[in-house]
Design a protein around this ligand. Sequence first.
Ligand code: TRP
Length: 368
Amino acid sequence: MSKIILTGDRPTGRLHVGHYVGSLRRRVELQNSGEYEKIFIMIADAQALTDNADNPEKIRQNIIEVALDYLSCGLDPAKSTLFIQSQIQELAELSFYYMNLVTVSRLQRNPTVKSEIQQRNFETSIPVGFFTYPISQASDITAFKATTVPVGDDQLPMIEQCREIVRKFNAVYGETLVEPEALLPGNEACSRLPGTDGKAKMSKSLGNCIYLSDSADEVRNKIMSMFTDPNHLKITDPGSLEGNTVFTYLDAFCKPEHFERYLPEYADLDELKGHYQRGGLGDVKVKKFLNAIMQEELEPIRSRRKELEKQIPAIYEMLKKGCETARAEAAATMAEVKAAMRINYFDDAALIAEQARRYGNGTGTGEK
Ligand code: TRP
């Protein structure tokens, strides 16, 4: 079976380094590996509206930001189809039918939905659209017959819910949909990169994100004021790695060759960590090392973005083409779904003939 990728992001702001190590960097590698027959990258505006219904302008403004971030990271429209969710009406249509295959209690048990309801103080008044977004996400994935969904591990419950819907659909209506698999980031730091303040969640309102589009100075300032070990007061004090944001970021960004280049007195990250834990290694030195690494990784992205920012109409045109390609794909799946569900009445000559026969049309009995 051919391998197909679908994944996406909600356009509620510019993308940050959490998106990057959690999924974006991997997507570009997968795109360039040549192993995938088709790759669909979706700007999930309809999903973003499920908890931003009163603020459509925010979503509208951020479509281009996300597209710029995608392209500057190396997603290439010649190899990947970049498109916008709301423009693919089949996704809404599929969701309507999948809703019949999911119970309210199953949605209530979805851990991602549960924690997002808490974060948004939705406990007493959950918008139905928000509550059912795992179903809509299953439509996103299955409309493209995706086999592989590269996501952070917070999205695992979504993929599991999608797999259940696929199994249920295929059991009831016959083998039609493809069961996808999640593709997770290499390590835990990449799966859950914390905010620069050490809080588990990066969020614009907390001001604890490093954006892909931040200037070199902004990145440096954010790194130099990062949360470390609050008990590591003097350089000679032993330091702790537990919850130490700088080391979590190193786990996500550091490669062996960075030591040769920027910190040759250490062989590798384990040696650096050992020294920090024993005492005698200051935070500033570690932060400067992290800064060197992150600047090296972010600089090419930043400079590509500067160039792309000069071509805004062309980027909208690229997205429009992407939507057309995506739509054709989703429409083909929709036709199969309708046939499987027996709601393809007008394409079904056998149905019409059968009903006609039942009523005696064309046999001489029903006609004068
Ligand atoms: N829920 C994802 C997020 O918040 C975005 C998304 C929407 C998605 N549809 C998807 C991811 C389908 C993977 C597959 O980042």
